[in-house]
Ligand binder design. Structure first.
Ligand SMILES: [Zn+2]
Length: 101
């Protein structure tokens, strides 16, 4: 199987056993990393865990290794897919003002 096929097979979603914990953490605005209760920043993670995640990716040798590592962590339910970012906890001030207006 080539990389594309492997990524497709993994389907980019967190394994079932982590989904409840992820939803719970996001609902509280907290990092999805197990036992971390810090405030969400990016990709479902707090600043510390997001920095660690991006730092780890940067140290990998090439894009293929980075993509594969990222997919593994997404499937393990330890980081959210980029398109699945649900880190915005407040509605935009502009939207609120339009509704209020
Ligand atoms: Zn964290």
């Amino acid at each position: 199987m080539n990389l594309g096929q492997r990524l497709l097979a993994k389907s980019l979603s967190a394994k079932r056993s982590r989904r409840g914990a992820i939803e719970e953490a996001l609902a509280k605005g907290q990092c999805i990393f197990p036992n971390c209760e810090c405030e969400l920043d990016r990709r479902g993670l707090c600043k510390t865990h997001a920095n660690e995640f991006y730092g780890e990716l940067r140290r990998l040798p090439d894009d293929e290794a980075r993509a594969e590592r990222e997919m593994d962590l997404i499937v393990a339910g330890l980081v959210l897919p980029a398109y699945g970012q649900r880190t915005q906890r407040r509605a935009s001030s502009f939207d609120q003002a339009m509704k209020a207006g």
